[in-house]
Design a protein around this ligand. Structure first.
Ligand code: AMP
Ligand code: MN
Ligand code: MN
Length: 330
């Protein structure tokens, strides 16, 4: 393992160069974010899509579900590149998958991978097994947006305020407001500000703007939060359940924010929000201070990062949380 060519960093650099070449000659590009897209997934896809569309390529950006993009992320789509999943070609020419930890995270669009003429993965999840012809996969990157920034730089693309806003949105949200951002990510942010990104304008719709009814919905979820000090090997678990009737009182992107409030409970290392996504189906969002929640998620069939992970499980909420506690206690 002494040769520098074996290092993961060199592998990523090689993949970034290959991605830049693939995108540089592309005429028709389909960019996909993961289902229930967040700012990193959609911002990454839209940043690349915007550059490619300006260069004259035929470009579309999409994701498997839900039907429309989260309201708070729509301002990132300056060129109107977003299309519903049924407008994604059955056999895309070049398929680019952004922030997708597993093929299943493409949801109803997962079949496009095998059908594509060529495919490119850009992701930063340690649990990602790797898929696609070219794989820019780097778990040390704080956000997929960091890797997209590297690819765009390798392409010699001009990153202006429009493209920069998409990248900044992914970077700031995936690092929880730069709490988990290294020096290079801060330098990237500085470059984006120099390119004209208006941080206040990017963040207002994403984190600082909610309908008044959100306050009451949030109060109801937090009111019923539970603390289990013995869970997670005695490190403590704080949990909240969001049944479908409560889900309907939130916008999709707002339910995802609940776990970031729960995780502030001092008594718990792990925070989990169980969101109802079907009659007996729950999507679990986990955050932790020290526990490896990605390992717990993977053990249950999901994935993510050591401090932020997710999995979808079937059953009653109490059973589903018990299954999580069982793997957290190991
Ligand atoms: P979330 O709580 O939904 O923000 O997810 C936390 C992290 O886990 C994100 O990086 C997600 O991409 C990842 N994640 C969530 N659900 C899954 C899943 N079912 N499979 C793989 N990764 C997931
Ligand atoms: Mn994501
Ligand atoms: Mn991400």
């Amino acid at each position: 393992m002494s040769a520098a060519t074996d290092s993961p960093e060199t592998d990523v650099a090689t993949a970034v160069a290959a991605a830049a070449e693939l995108l540089g000659s592309a005429r028709d590009v389909t960019l996909l974010a993961h289902v229930q897209p967040d700012a990193d997934a959609l911002g990454s896809a839209l940043a690349l899509g915007t550059v490619l569309a300006r260069r004259g390529a035929q470009v579309r950006v999409s994701f498997g579900s839900p039907a429309g993009a989260p309201e708070s992320l729509r301002p990132l789509d300056a060129l109107g590149l977003l299309v519903p999943p049924d407008e994604v070609p059955a056999a895309p020419d070049l398929l680019v998958m952004c922030d997708t930890a597993a093929v299943e995270r493409l949801g109803s669009l997962a079949d496009r991978l095998a059908a594509a003429r060529a495919s490119l993965l850009i992701d930063h999840h340690a649990s990602n097994p790797g898929f696609g012809d070219v794989q820019v996969l780097d778990p040390s990157a704080e956000a997929t947006a960091v890797l997209v920034h590297r690819v765009l730089t390798a392409m010699g693309a001009a990153i202006d305020a429009t493209v920069g806003a998409c990248l900044y949105a992914g970077l700031v949200t995936d690092t929880s407001g730069f709490r988990r951002a290294g020096p290079a990510a801060h330098r990237m942010a500085a470059q984006l500000l120099e390119a004209g990104v208006d941080v206040e304008a990017v963040l207002r719709p994403i984190s600082d703007d909610h309908p008044f009814s959100w306050l009451g919905a949030l109060a109801d979820v937090l009111h019923d939060a539970r603390l289990d000090p013995d869970a997670a090997g005695g490190l403590g678990l704080v949990s909240a359940v969001v049944p479908v009737a409560l889900m309907e009182r939130f916008r999709v992107e707002e339910v995802d924010g609940v776990v970031d409030l729960l995780r502030t409970a001092s008594e718990a290392d792990v925070a989990v929000v169980a969101k109802q996504v079907g009659p007996r189906r729950w999507s679990l969002s986990m955050r932790s201070r020290t526990v490896d929640v990605a390992a717990a998620a993977v053990a249950l069939g999901g994935g993510g990062h050591p401090r932020a992970a997710g999995v979808t499980l079937d059953g009653e909420p109490a059973e589903v949380l018990d299954r999580l506690k069982a793997v957290l206690g190991r």
